[in-house]
Design a protein around this ligand. Structure first.
Ligand code: ADP
Length: 225
């Protein structure tokens, strides 16, 4: 499988009042298609910042961000926006589903924004929601779903446009351990099936062990764990 995400020598600082906080100084990481990497480290280590940089939501101070063989570090907003839409899927700790839309619509809308017909979009949405065990919940709105079901819809939405790269920040952090374990299994199965490169921040060592490898954010760098 080819390399999908290639982060090289990423440096990120934040201005905090009059001082400068260096979150990481030299973070380097590459992930191939079909590979699932756990990102671990204590709270405040910079996991979310790294995910935001890899997801082209924030720019680093310096470094190279290659996604699918293109360097986005110096790209303009328009190119970054279309890469986010076409190449990258996100899952957050909270589902961020649109409350007035059904599960099916929440998964289909991003595909229609990317240019698919409603029929084609629904076909993909139903496939994903079925794989996640939600075929009997297609017309339910988020408020009518359990926490685990809401997060499954968010997973389906993140994969809707067949991203090359999936970025997830504690995707099961709000779920009870048993549900988290089930949802993780389903997520990993789909990511591997579709050959996606995934970077998943988690606090849970058991969940991290189920991924292909773990990188630890430590001392401003990423080290194998
Ligand atoms: P993690 O996800 O590992 O908990 P974060 O990436 O959220 O860590 O944060 C890393 C560090 O950067 C923390 O010390 C945090 O306070 C700081 N930080 C994050 N975002 C900002 C910001 N917008 N402005 C200033 N400091 C920030």
């Amino acid at each position: 499988m080819e390399t999908i995400l290639d982060l090289r020598n990423i440096c990120r600082t934040y201005q905090q009042g009059t001082s400068v906080l260096e979150v990481f100084s030299n973070a380097t990481l590459s992930i191939k298609g079909g590979e699932v990497v756990a990102l671990v480290g204590p709270s405040g280590a910079g996991k979310s910042s790294l995910l935001h940089i890899a997801g082209l939501l924030e720019a680093p101070d310096s470094g190279t961000i290659i996604i699918n063989n293109k360097d986005y570090a110096a790209e303009k907003d328009a190119a970054r926006t279309s890469a986010r839409r076409d190449l990258i899927g996100f899952i957050y700790q909270f589902h961020h589903l649109l409350p007035e839309l059904s599960a099916l619509e929440n998964v289909s809308i991003p595909q229609m924004i990317a240019g698919k017909s409603k029929a084609k979009a629904n076909e993909r949405s139903i496939y994903l929601l079925q794989r996640l065990g939600l075929d009997h919940r297609l017309t339910h709105r988020p408020a009518e779903l359990s926490g685990g079901e809401q997060q499954r819809v968010a997973i389906a939405r993140s994969l809707a446009n067949k991203p090359k790269l999936l970025l997830a920040d504690e995707p099961t952090g709000n779920l009870d351990p048993e549900t988290a374990d089930l949802v993780y299994g389903e997520l990993l199965g789909l990511v591997r099936l579709e050959g996606i490169a995934a970077l998943i921040a988690t606090h849970n060592p058991e969940l991290a062990r189920r991924m292909d490898r773990t990188v630890l954010m430590q001392g401003g760098q990423l080290v194998p764990a």
